[in-house]
Design a protein around this ligand. Sequence first.
Ligand SMILES: CC(C)(COP(=O)(O)OP(=O)(O)OC[C@H]1O[C@@H](n2cnc3c(N)ncnc32)[C@H](O)[C@@H]1OP(=O)(O)O)[C@@H](O)C(=O)NCCC(=O)NCCS
Length: 270
Amino acid sequence: MDEPAHEPEIDERLADLRRRRAEAVDVLAETLLDMYLQGRRAAREGRPWPPALATAPAPKPRPVKLPKGPPRRVHRFAEQQDLEVVRVLLAATWFPSAELDEQLGGGRRLCVVLELGGVIIGAAVLDEHGDVGVLRALSIDPPYRRRRHGTALAAFVIRLAYEHGLGSVYAAAASQWFLEEVGFQHIERVLLPRAALHLPSLAKVPAAAYIFEITPSVNGTRTPRRMVPRTLSELLAQPDRVPADTTGPRARRKRQQVTEDKRDDAPTTR
Ligand SMILES: CC(C)(COP(=O)(O)OP(=O)(O)OC[C@H]1O[C@@H](n2cnc3c(N)ncnc32)[C@H](O)[C@@H]1OP(=O)(O)O)[C@@H](O)C(=O)NCCC(=O)NCCS
């Protein structure tokens, strides 16, 4: 019987496959030999083998971006969850904290807070009766006092009163120093308009309290209305309070003039 005739094309492909397999075996053998030699060299040199796998470098920690400058002040209306903090802050004022949730008969009560870097550090209550407002309370957390936060909160409340169309805002306090500093003017009780005197928000104020008034302005600030200067520089800045110059050249000339006048007036004896 005759052997089946080989297709020349198939023979060619088989030969190609065998050649490739031989090449792959060579590469594998070469790789294994290379690894074996490297292992021996590492053992001779006392190096660990296989070498530790190179790990990806740890990502660099991103620098935390801190806001530039001092923390920002944010003024906003108090929300329900702020009321506990507000009550604690207002304990330093005459405002009865129980009234915080009460609706104001014939008007509306606004409660605002001052946040510094996300922390509430101040609170104020403004009662609005028609076009008249009463600043019932303003308080700053003690550790944050004397850093102008009180001034900023007062300015915000006054701006708010201006935006709400209030013609005047009254306030009562035990001392004059702060409210005058933010632009309020002390007003004697007897000079208060009858309508203001009978406002429920003012009627309850202790008799010893100072009453103040301010006309709200668009930017919420006014020049301080101090009655009494508090520092030497303030005293000197008041032209009518400048102490007499007793040492300068003008004073010397004046003294000299007075002496000469006295001499001229003196009776002459012959
Ligand atoms: C009054 C109060 C709100 C002031 O807050 P504050 O953040 O300290 O006020 P400021 O830093 O803006 O002060 C502004 C100016 O007021 C005057 N002032 C404030 N506190 C003062 C104090 N204890 N003694 C004298 N003057 C004072 C100063 O002239 C001050 O300016 P200065 O610091 O440059 O001298 C705060 O002391 C407080 O919460 N007190 C308890 C509640 C209260 O009395 N409220 C006022 C009645 S509504």
